[in-house]
Ligand binder design. Structure first.
Ligand code: SIN
Length: 184
């Protein structure tokens, strides 16, 4: 790793669809943050006036959030960040946060993370799980149906051994809503 290579931590769509070149991928955790479906999406999984819900991170001192970290080569860094700044433009901004690599001896590194905070214009905030699931089930946008985002995220998190009760609860509710509609 060169000094100017950069780790990028993904906890949402970046876990299952990085869509940029990287040299290495590792399971990674960040302490003090929880993943929540509290961010509105009007450019990917919803439309203006009918937002979907996607995940962001909220500060939570006791929590540990698991995701994937990607090592981006210095030669690709500017291009990758330009691409991701556009993809994450719906309220997310970059933070530098320490990540831990549990499968690499618990070593640590600084990583860039896209987080949508409560002060952005697409922020929706907390709601009851049933309300979140209903909103997701009825939403779609240019990147596809909102329930597909949830299904893929839950699957990718299971693949890396996550125990994320919030995501798995919403995924179960969304899936029972879709079977009730006969989409199985
Ligand atoms: C991320 O995956 O790290 C950011 C949020 C998203 O694109 O779902």
């Amino acid at each position: 790793m060169n000094l100017t290579d950069v780790w990028l931590f993904g906890y949402g769509s970046l876990v299952w669809r990085p869509d940029f070149p990287f040299d290495e991928v590792r399971v990674a955790t960040i302490a003090g943050w929880s993943r929540r479906f509290w961010q509105g999406s009007t450019d990917h999984r919803g439309v203006p006036g009918s937002p979907g819900r996607v995940v962001t991170l909220v500060e939570d001192p006791e929590a540990v959030c698991i995701g994937r970290a990607y090592l981006v080569d210095n030669a690709n860094r500017a291009m990758v960040l330009r691409k991701l700044d556009f993809r994450e433009k719906g309220g997310y901004s970059l933070r530098n946060i320490e990540v831990t690599f549990p499968e690499n001896g618990g070593t640590k590194a600084g990583a860039l993370v896209y987080i949508a905070g409560p002060d952005n214009s697409e922020w929706l905030g907390a709601a009851l799980p049933d309300e979140i699931a209903e909103q997701i089930s009825g939403s779609s946008g240019p990147s596809g149906n909102n329930d597909e985002y949830v299904k893929r995220l839950a699957g990718a998190l299971r693949d890396i051994g996550a125990q994320d009760t919030h995501v798995f609860e919403i995924a179960a509710l969304v899936s029972s809503l879709s079977s009730r509609r006969g989409e199985g």
